[in-house]
Design a protein around this ligand. Structure first.
Ligand code: EPU
Length: 351
């Protein structure tokens, strides 16, 4: 991307910045030193300064997948690197280079208006582009990893920018090399690959049902990317709470993956258990179903609660702190463990 060639201006420092509107849980948080990163070149000198002062540090993108403590001491890097441009094109693919600070949903809309379909199933996921490879966001049968060619990041171990290929990123369900190496990489740009051959993917239960209900299921092969985008937006809006209305971080738990053996034993005891096929010898269970069955839907503990329409989501009733949320999460984990012998892992990053 055409970034400034001159020596970069140092990032803007904002002391004691309130982050309530910058985390979708809506937690009251103060960042001791917030640095606004607008271009990758600002990062090396800032990381030197952070090392010299021995400050703790972390990166904040859209704040949509984090649980923040009341005070973030040290340095908080606000990732605001903008821009998207077609970097390359060949007979089969178009490659799009995007800055880490670009809003994800706006990017999805932009790609559709620029005839680059593929990301429509991932509409309305809150957050920024730089965060998407870290937890390999996914929804309605698509994971972002399928569209990532490479990721450029500042590697704080090597003190240099590196570009990791899709393979190097070691993508898996809600997982990646970046997630496995916390506080090592600062993602600056993502190169997306859009195959020119496009096919609708509407097999995921909620989407299939949406189109069946429209009584045009037979038309599935003729659906346009925009129609799928609109459907995903409607389905998501019906099921998931809008963070602007009630604070939340989407799915609070990952869907647990168990062995076929454990799954078979569970099915014997709980014939209605909801699950999906996974890798050979494994089965993915619907965490939402397990939590719902334990009676948590709509349950409130202090200022945190389980969303009444979707047991996989924890919400902030207004003044929740990180500990209110984590106390409720612990109750849920203990109950599910006792009832089903299944461990639930928390999905957002706890900082
Ligand atoms: N279920 C219940 N009760 C509930 C919620 C769910 O019984 O309160 C059952 C339903 O029967 C449903 C099944 O559990 O069939 C699965 O529920 P749902 O489809 O709502 O959730 P999911 O498929 O497990 C995943 C992602 C979501 C993503 C949707 C759509 C995870 C952890 N979550 O949920 O991602 O939007 O698929 O593809 O993988 C996110 O990561 O923040 C997120 C919202």
């Amino acid at each position: 991307m055409n970034r400034a060639k001159n020596a970069p201006l140092p990032p803007k420092l904002i002391p004691n910045l309130g982050l309530k509107s910058r985390n979708t849980f809506g937690l009251e948080v103060s960042a001791e030193r917030a640095f606004e990163i607008t271009q990758p070149d600002q990062i090396p000198a800032l990381m030197d300064e952070i090392a010299q002062n021995q400050w703790a540090w972390r990166v904040l993108g859209g704040g949509s997948n984090v649980i923040l403590p009341p005070v973030l001491s040290g340095a908080t890097l606000l990732m605001n690197i903008a821009g998207q441009e077609v970097a390359n094109e060949d007979g089969s693919n178009t490659y799009l280079l995007v800055g880490a600070g670009v809003n994800w949903h706006e990017l999805v809309q932009w790609t559709l208006t620029h005839n680059l379909p593929g990301l429509e199933n991932l509409a309305l996921i809150p957050g920024t582009v730089g965060a998407t490879p870290i937890q390999n966001i996914g929804a309605y049968g698509v994971e972002v990893a399928q569209y990532i060619e490479s990721v450029t990041a500042f590697d704080t171990h090597k003190n240099a920018f590196v570009t990791l290929s899709n393979k190097d990123c070691q993508f898996a369900y809600r997982d990646s090399h970046f997630k496995q190496n916390p506080n090592r990489y600062i993602v600056t740009e993502v190169l997306f690959k859009f195959p020119k051959a496009w096919q609708p993917r509407v097999h995921y239960a909620d989407l299939a049902k949406f189109f069946a209900d429209q009584s045009n299921a037979d038309l599935a092969p003729t659906l346009s990317p925009q129609e799928i985008f609109d459907a995903v937006c409607q389905v998501r809006t019906q099921k998931l709470p809008d963070p602007k209305v009630i604070g939340n971080a989407g799915s609070f738990f990952q869907n647990p993956i168990v062995s076929t053996e454990q799954y078979n034993a569970l099915v014997q005891q709980f014939p209605n258990i909801v699950s999906y096929p996974d890798a050979a010898g494994k089965r993915k269970l619907a965490a939402g179903w397990l939590i719902d069955q334990c009676g948590f839907k709509g349950k409130r503990l202090a200022e945190a609660g389980v969303y009444e329409k979707q047991a996989l989501v924890i919400v902030n009733y207004g003044n929740a702190s990180a500990s209110d949320i984590l106390n409720l999460a612990k109750q849920i984990q203990e109950t599910v463990q006792k009832q089903y012998g299944v461990t639930l892992d928390i999905e957002p990053n706890i900082l």
